[in-house]
Every structure is written in structure tokens, then in C-alpha cells.
Write a protein that binds this ligand. Structure first.
Ligand code: ADE
Length: 229
């Protein structure tokens, strides 16, 4: 099988590259794709750069050019749900775009005609994650992740996203990866570790915890590889 492992930032894929040690580097469409082997599987790794547009591009290239058959994303997120603290893992059951707004035409936030507000992640991959977390005694929250092209560092904005989308965490790529993978019929999985609480301290916390939280998420993703069939 060919498995795609994706992040948005260098720090989010660095622990993956360290784990695989040997890989080939392919330059394509202004980005680098790292090709590794793990047991019987081929692994394609890339970080997209921050935001929905770059993440959509990278996810599409992974699927269309590199022919990945499953897409797993690892990275960091801002917490909305008060149960989530820095370093905690959250797996997305569904993802939405909090910044998609054509409400002027009577549509709900996050919706455009012929699209969906929520894109559901692959249940089999989620189950693998839940089983591993139980086995290892790791706290793993299941929840809704809201995506937008904004770094949120504002309590009111975060509260608005929680209310409108019942979201537990927010970030800047997940829903766009979800739309691409869903549309191209590739099972997908989005995992995040909390780097900040999307409040007034978020910028400071993000800088401080990006590396350690990104590693939490990447290490967990690696632990899933043996169980993916
Ligand atoms: N990723 C991690 N923290 C975030 C935040 N506060 N806003 C948007 N994306 C994030």
C-alpha cells in the first residue's frame, strides 16, 4: 500500500523524517515530497505550508501524482474544548471550514451549494487510533475540528467557532485536506496535538509548544502504521 503522511509545517513532519531515516526527495510543484519505505508499504511524506490552499494542493498531489491510498495528517491545533490541554491529542471525527461564509445568500456558515458543512474522517483509521490510545493509556479525544485561514488568538472568535460548529479544536488545514480526500475517494485521518488555547496567549504558546506537540502527534501517527491494512 502507498500511505501519505502530511503536515503543514516543517516541524510537523520532522519527527516522521527522523523515524524513517532514509528517504528519496522528489521536487514537485514548488514543494518537496519524501519517499520512504516501511515494511511492505511505500510512504510519501510532505508538509504543505500553512493554510487551506497549500494544504489542498499538497493533498491533491499526494493522491493524483504519488497515488497514495490513505492520507494521514499530523500536526498541532488550538484547543476550543476545555478538556483539551497543551500536548493532548485530538482525532477529528469530522471537519468544517469556519471561515467559509456566504451567509449573505441565506446559507449557513461553512456551507456552499453542492458542498457539505462537515466532512467525516475514515472510521477504520479512527478506530485504529482509539484502540492504540487505549492500549498505551494515552488520552485521545475524538471531536470536531474547525479549519480556517486565520491563526485564532481571540477568546470571542474561538467561542463563536465553538457555538457555530460545535468544534473542539481549530487549525488551518484539516478541512481542506478532508474535502480533497473525500472528493478523490481516499480514506483520510486528521490528528492534532494541542499547542495553544486560541486565546490571547496563543501566539506565545504556539511558539513554545509547536515542536513538542508536533512530536506527540507524529509519534502517535507512527504507532498506527503497523495496524493499517
Ligand atoms: N494551529 C495551532 N494553533 C492554532 C490557532 N490558535 N489558530 C489556528 N491554527 C492553529
Amino acid at each position: 500500500m502507498i500511505i501519505g503522511l502530511m503536515g503543514a509545517m516543517q516541524e510537523e513532519i520532522e519527527p516522521l523524517l527522523k523515524f524513517f531515516k532514509e528517504y528519496e526527495t522528489v521536487d514537485y510543484a514548488d514543494n518537496k515530497y519524501y519517499i520512504a519505505k516501511y515494511k511492505d508499504n511505500d510512504i510519501v511524506i510532505a508538509y504543505s505550508k500553512i493554510g487551506k490552499v497549500y494544504a489542498s494542493l499538497t493533498a491533491t498531489i499526494m493522491i493524483e501524482k504519488f497515488k497514495i491510498e490513505k492520507l494521514l495528517f499530523s500536526g498541532v491545533a488550538g484547543a476550543i474544548n476545555n478538556d483539551l490541554h497543551i500536548g493532548d491529542l485530538i482525532v477529528a471525527t469530522a471537519l468544517c471550514q469556519h471561515d467559509l461564509d456566504i451567509t449573505a445568500f441565506g446559507h449557513p456558515y461553512g456551507y456552499v451549494p453542492e458542498g457539505k458543512i462537515y466532512y467525516k474522517a475514515d472510521e477504520t483509521l479512527i478506530k485504529i487510533a482509539i484502540d492504540i490510545a487505549k492500549e498505551k493509556g494515552i488520552k485521545l479525544k475524538e471531536g470536531i475540528i474547525a479549519t480556517g485561514d486565520q491563526f485564532v488568538a481571540n477568546k470571542e472568535k474561538k467561542e463563536w467557532i465553538r457555538k457555530k460548529f460545535k468544534a473542539d479544536a481549530l487549525e488551518m488545514e484539516g478541512a481542506s485536506v478532508a474535502v480533497v480526500a473525500y472528493s478523490l475517494r481516499v480514506p483520510f485521518f486528521i490528528l492534532r496535538a494541542i499547542s495553544d488555547a486560541a486565546d490571547m496567549d496563543a501566539g506565545f504558546d504556539f511558539d513554545e509548544f509547536l515542536k513538542s506537540s508536533a512530536k506527540n502527534s507524529a509519534d502517535f501517527l507512527i504507532s498506527m502504521l503497523d495496524k493499517i491494512k
